[in-house]
Design a protein around this ligand. Structure first.
Ligand code: EPZ
Length: 417
């Protein structure tokens, strides 16, 4: 267990280059399995979840070389189609390998994936979409055994635009000749990135980012060299830190178009937001104005991943804000820790009502999940005195060198000896 000390209460001033996207690179790493040649993935962030994906690839028989920036995956010798339970439990994205293994081998055996405990997180939408495509599923003592007897290219409709289910369908269909229409898919930028990567490998996919994706698969997917998009949630984290602490922060290598909702809400709160082609500048006095409601929704709505981050940024707002969480039923675990710092937040069902306070004070707090942990770091930096943040390994699943990144923004942080 690692703990980080944050010495808060000072404005932030600094510049930072944003890391590559975790939620893009994980399905892209799974997709490399579909190729018969090596693939080069640039802007691949050095994260615990990325290391877990490498372990799964190696376990399936691929070789992986990684220098902290570029991963070269050679899937030529991949031969296994089973992921052991201990690897499945390491992260939620292990489930992406289901579509990839079915595309490559026509069979797969997995158990239920791990990851942040944000609620029940079932995989029923993944499994029903795959079975519509001709995959036979059998549950056996906690294992899910899948066999693609006869691929049935057709129209598949998702009842909810699940990110993971959309990616699993794309991964399977990209590797098999035939045309499938995916209706009501997730529209996140990471879905567009996966489309672009699969097209680089020789698939023909159109429509990612819209309400319908058309996938024309190919049995001859080849190697390619690809650069992953910037991480919009990491960018949002550092932007929210600047809002919470006040000061001026410049983020390089970002994609402002992927952060439309957050930037619009920040502007409504009176924060000075300047965008350039691949830069975002945030200027704040540390006490944003209240807005009535922030409601999480599938993209392009306000992202659930940014809910804890924005909540941390408005603990000292002028007025009250209601956060309505509609995606995950257990995503307010950070609230109890905010209270230790003197915040005024009340939970009523799926709403958290924040009444802005003038001051926060440092406290000992514990991260329980990735974005909730990052939110505690933001709150700690805007609180006066020392905050000791435990459970940093949750944060390290999704943020590259969080201590160095915060230091570049002018924060005072140090590892607890
Ligand atoms: C992705 O998770 C992201 N993870 C999550 O980011 C993100 O919070 C989430 O999408 C929503 O935007 C990755 O991309 C690796 P979903 P995923 O399937 O694919 C329900 C982070 O912090 N559902 O869109 O697991 C589910 O329970 C992580 O970086 C079903 O009911 O999300 C949830 O309520 C955390 N059945 C909702 O849909 C299913 O079969 C959204 O889940 C699948 C999902």
């Amino acid at each position: 267990m690692r703990s980080l000390n944050l010495y808060g209460g000072e404005p932030l001033h600094g510049e930072l280059t944003v890391q590559g996207s975790k939620n893009s690179v994980l399905p892209i790493l799974a997709a490399t399995l579909l190729s018969r040649e090596p693939c080069e993935i640039h802007n691949c962030p050095d994260l615990l979840d990325v290391r877990a994906a490498f372990e799964i690839l190696e376990n399936l028989g691929c070789t992986v070389q990684y220098d902290g920036e570029t991963a070269v995956v050679d899937p030529t010798a991949a031969s296994r189609s089973v992921i052991p339970d201990e690897l499945m439990r390491k992260m939620r994205s292990s489930v992406m390998f289901l579509g990839a293994m079915l595309g490559r081998f026509g069979r797969a055996c997995i158990s239920y994936p791990g990851g942040c405990e944000l609620g029940a997180r079932p995989i029923d939408i993944h499994l029903s979409a795959l079975s519509r495509l001709g995959v036979e599923l059998r549950e056996d003592g906690g294992d899910i055994r899948c066999l693609l007897r006869r691929y049935l290219p057709q129209t598949v409709t998702l009842m909810f635009p699940s990110v993971g289910a959309t990616e699993n369908v794309m991964l399977l269909c990209a590797a098999i000749p035939g045309e499938t229409l995916l209706i009501h898919p997730a529209r996140e930028p990471e879905i567009v990135d996966l489309q672009n990567f699969l097209n680089c490998m020789g698939a023909e996919i159109r429509g990612a980012g819209s309400d319908c994706i058309r996938i024309r698969g190919s049995a001859q997917l080849h190697g390619c060299s690809y650069t992953v998009i910037p991480d919009r949630i990491a960018a949002a984290t550092y932007a929210c830190a600047a809002v919470a602490c006040g000061g001026e922060v410049l983020l390089h290598k970002t994609e402002p178009g992927h952060l439309l909702m957050l930037l619009a809400v920040l502007r409504d709160m009176g924060v000075d937001v300047k965008e350039d082609e691949d830069q975002i500048r945030i200027i704040s006095d540390g006490r944003p104005d209240a807005v009535p409601l922030v409601k999480t929704l599938p993209y392009p709505g306000f992202p659930t991943d940014m809910q804890p981050l924005l909540m941390a940024a408005v603990l000292k707002a002028r007025g009250s804000i209601v956060f309505n969480e509609t995606i995950f039923e257990n995503r307010f675990k950070h609230v109890g820790e905010f209270l230790r710092m003197g915040a005024d937040v009340r939970i009523e069902g799926m709403n958290a009502i924040v009444n802005g306070v003038r001051r926060l004070h440092g406290a000992k707090v514990q991260a329980a999940d990735l974005r909730g942990g990052a939110a505690l770091a933001i709150a700690g930096l805007s609180a006066e005195g020392k905050t000791t943040l435990g459970g940093v390994e949750h944060i390290e699943r999704g943020y590259v060198a969080i201590d160095k990144a915060l230091t570049e923004l002018g924060a005072k942080v140090a590892w607890e000896p």
